[in-house]
Design a binder for this molecule. Structure first.
Ligand SMILES: C[S@@+](CC[C@H](N)C(=O)[O-])C[C@H]1O[C@@H](n2cnc3c(N)ncnc32)[C@H](O)[C@@H]1O
Length: 385
């Protein structure tokens, strides 16, 4: 179970940290700081050192904490989220200029009580979302500046904090596998599922099921010469995608309105591709989506899914936490699941015995994985299971 002393861990940490510092120096980059972003677009071997630093530092801290402090810290993370929610809700990063501002001035700008504001910002400073100058004036940290300047980062925070984080839904609808019994439905007082509410060949053929505006199909069309793509989605999304399609890809990529719970109309494609689709649906619905593909499949047609892939065994590594985060999000937000490799195997075989699970592949440096199954007709081309 790894090194047996804090010193041994710290020595490993020192080694990886030295390599990262030398990388910055050798490339004329500024040393790390909380004022600017570091380690962007790293090459794979340098990225591995960065991940080592995080994984080792995390365990070093946990070991130094011991079980009591570790549990206490974990139980108090709701305070951090409540604090982040306050900062998001009152759009505080937007009111902090690029220089600095006093608490009194920020209180006037935001319409908040100055003492409450000070308490909230002092909490945020402990996890470095906001900073304070030596003169006691509020300043941006790189994190708050990112929230100020990147509206997508702010929107993502809002989605997680205001729409998804409604754990109450799990109490209201215990053990639900329904897509319309989630925090989203509570937040918006709607019984409509998330996506319906949002919706107001010599050449190889890939059907991009629930393909949105076709970002993946367009990227693949640019990267290949021998593939055509049909992007299917709900009617409004398909119409919008069609409008966004560059003329250079017309003829290679087309859009089609199709509800993936209905029988697949594009027959005998080589690949039916589902990116970030099945993780939003519990097994009951995922099976229906996959079953609706079966009548369209030819011998050797492949179903390829692209999803986060939690391991079948638990992990304590920070670098493997993202699939676990996503699994919580699926449980809270969609009553669904990020499936492990064995969950996928079970799912495919429960849909149709002619679907053979081919395994999973996680490209190096990628936090998302490909999950593949192939359809095989019986010996005489039999179409029954
Ligand atoms: C998480 S997005 C993934 C989009 C795309 N595959 C990607 O990776 O960028 C899920 C997509 O499923 C679509 N969708 C939801 N319900 C659908 C349905 N019943 N039939 C077809 N598409 C649906 C949504 O409109 C949305 O575009």
């Amino acid at each position: 179970m790894g090194p047996s002393s804090l010193t041994a861990l710290a020595e490993q940490l020192l080694n990886d940290s030295r390599l990262l510092d030398s990388y910055n120096e050798a490339n004329g980059l500024e040393p790390v700081s909380f004022d600017h972003e570091s380690f962007v677009d790293l090459l794979e071997d340098i990225e591995d050192h960065r991940k080592n630093v995080i994984n080792i530092a995390q365990d070093l801290k946990r070991l130094a904490q011991g079980p009591r402090d570790l549990l206490f810290e974990t139980l108090n993370t709701f305070n951090d989220l409540a604090n982040f929610h306050f900062i998001y809700h009152h759009k505080i990063p937007q009111y902090i200029p690029l220089g600095d501002i006093s608490y009194a001035e920020l209180a006037v700008a935001t319409g908040l009580d100055e003492i409450l504001l000070r308490r909230m910002l002092h909490h945020a400073m402990i996890y470095r979302t906001i900073a304070e100058s030596n003169e006691g004036r509020i300043q941006h940290s790189i994190a708050s500046r990112m929230l100020k300047e990147d509206s997508e980062a702010m929107d993502a925070a809002g989605f997680l904090l205001e729409e998804l984080f409604m754990v109450g839904a799990m109490e209201k609808y215990p053990n639900s596998g329904e897509p319309n019994e989630t925090g989203f439905n509570m937040a918006f007082n709607t019984s409509r599922p998330f996506y319906l509410k949002l919706e107001a060949t010599p050449k190889g053929l890939m059907v991009d099921v629930g393909g949105g505006h076709g970002a993946v199909s367009m990227a693949l069309a640019k990267a290949t010469t021998h593939m055509n793509f049909v992007v299917q989605d709900l009617p409004n999304t398909a119409t919008q995608g069609e409008k966004l399609l560059p003329t250079s890809l017309q003829g290679r990529v087309s859009f089609m309105a199709h509800d993936f719970f209905e029988e697949q109309p594009v027959k005998c494609a080589d690949v039916y591709f589902l990116r970030y689709i099945l993780h939003n649906w519990s097994d009951k619905y995922a099976r229906r989506i996959l079953k609706s593909l079966i009548p369209a499949l030819k011998d050797s047609s492949r179903i390829v899914c692209y999803e986060f892939l939690p391991g079948d065994r638990p992990t304590t590594l920070w670098t493997e936490k993202q699939p676990l985060n996503m699994n919580m999000i699926q449980a809270i937000g969609w009553n669904s699941i990020e499936r492990t490799a064995s969950d996928w195997k079970r799912l495919f075989s429960s849909v149709d015995k002619r679907l053979r699970f081919l395994g999973t592949r996680t490209p190096p440096g990628c936090s998302v994985s490909l999950i593949k199954a192939e359809f095989h007709l019986g010996a005489n081309g039999a179409t029954t299971q």
